[in-house]
Design a protein around this ligand. Structure first.
Ligand SMILES: C[S@@+](CC[C@H](N)C(=O)[O-])C[C@H]1O[C@@H](n2cnc3c(N)ncnc32)[C@H](O)[C@@H]1O
Length: 225
């Protein structure tokens, strides 16, 4: 398993499903689910990549989508599975890394990777592998959505106090909920580089309101037949 995946797994083993759920609100989740459902109109088979405890996978299954859900953190998958079993929802769960997907080519109408999950990959080769994998498992005409925060260029103060580090100051450490989180910052330039490396031509990067927050989206469209 690659370094970023191991780090994330350890972080969520410590945080737990309840700890992660405490970082969102029912209002934000409801608004996010609405946004996702709007994007998925006409797309039935969905992979929730880095699904966590099923915050989005469960409501999508409730609404009749055919849902596969993968995450690196076994404890979060177990929480999702328990909830799905309670409600008798059919979801195909898998523990694995987004960098190396256990699905056949052309499996899904849509792939969603939400709430800054993609930004837990720090190395460019991990990021490119993931974009290639997403493209590989999308059906012709399929669509993928990667959602994360909007960050501007690093300020001198952020660099000086160590908040922004690494190449192009893309590694950001933030303090919230009493703990520090580390993420890789993406923007039009980094997403453009990744899509070029993965041979993806049909994509767009845009900002929009998402779950009550302004977020940056990478939307990938797989060429049709
Ligand atoms: C902030 S949570 C978001 C969960 C979910 N996408 C949501 O919207 O509720 C980030 C998730 O990414 C998962 N993750 C991080 N790195 C991963 C990797 N390499 N492969 C699969 N999942 C990963 C974590 O285990 C965690 O569940």
């Amino acid at each position: 398993m690659l370094n970023s995946a191991l780090r994330s797994r350890a972080e969520y083993a410590e945080l737990g499903a309840d700890g992660l759920a405490a970082r969102t609100t029912p209002e934000r989740d409801a608004a996010t689910i609405k946004a996702v459902e709007e994007l998925l109109v006409g797309r039935e088979t969905v992979l929730d990549l880095c699904c966590g405890y099923g915050r989005i996978a469960l409501p999508l299954a409730r609404s009749g989508k055919v849902v596969h859900a993968l995450d690196i953190s076994p404890n979060l998958i177990e929480a999702g599975q328990a909830k799905a079993a309670e409600e008798e929802l059919s979801i195909e769960w898998a523990v694995g890394s987004m960098t190396d997907l256990p699905y056949k080519w052309d499996s899904f109408d849509a792939v969603i990777c939400l709430w800054t999950a993609f930004h837990e990959l720090f190395a460019e080769d991990e990021q490119i592998s993931t974009i290639c994998e997403i493209s590989r498992v999308l059906k012709p005409g399929g669509m993928a959505i990667i959602e994360g925060p909007v960050w501007g260029p690093a300020t001198a103060a952020e660099i000086a106090n160590g908040m922004r580090q690494g190449p192009e100051h893309r590694i950001v450490t933030t303090e919230h909920f009493g703990t520090s989180s580390v993420h890789f910052i993406h923007d039009e330039i980094s997403y453009g580089r990744l899509c070029a490396a993965a041979g993806i031509e049909d994509y767009k990067v845009y900002k929009r309101e998402w779950g009550g927050r302004r977020r940056l989206i990478l939307e990938i469209h797989q060429p049709g037949n």
